[in-house]
Design a protein. Sequence first.
Length: 183
Amino acid sequence: TADTASEHTEDGVRRRDFINIAAVSAAGVGGLAVVYPLVSQMAPSADVLAESTTEVDVAGIEPGQSIKAIFRKQPLFVKRLTAAEIADANSVPLSDLREPQTLAERTSEGNEDILITMGVCTHLGCVPLGAAEGENKGEYGGYFCPCHGSHYDTAGRIRKGPAPTNLEVPEYTFTSETTVVVG
Ligand code: FES
């Protein structure tokens, strides 16, 4: 019903749209009753997605390297910072920051060299480029969003451009020295 739909997250609504579209095309070949259960099994419910976790092995990530993973259907950046990048992040006065947060606040205690952020620009959701990527024109050594020119520093904090906030740090836990469970 419309009431139920309005309570769903965006994902739920999108799934419903997909089901409607699938049902309409199935009507053309006369297989509506068969198609619906298949579609409903394939698409995880919004609740399941919201609870899902992503495990990342950070052992192979070299200092200065950022890898991409997927967390709840969105890009996730996992970066091992170099000593210079850590020093750079720690040298910035908090008063210079649009959303003041220290590197320590954005990392896990004892693992301050591992920066884990969503790979989603907080302006309009493009995927920013990492410092190691050739087209990165970032001025602050972290990530640069090519869509409208937002610059993030080595701690993933917004420094310049239209994005309002820092790259989001999701909840995560180190379950061993090299394994992180995000979510
Ligand atoms: Fe990144 Fe606009 S979406 S700057």
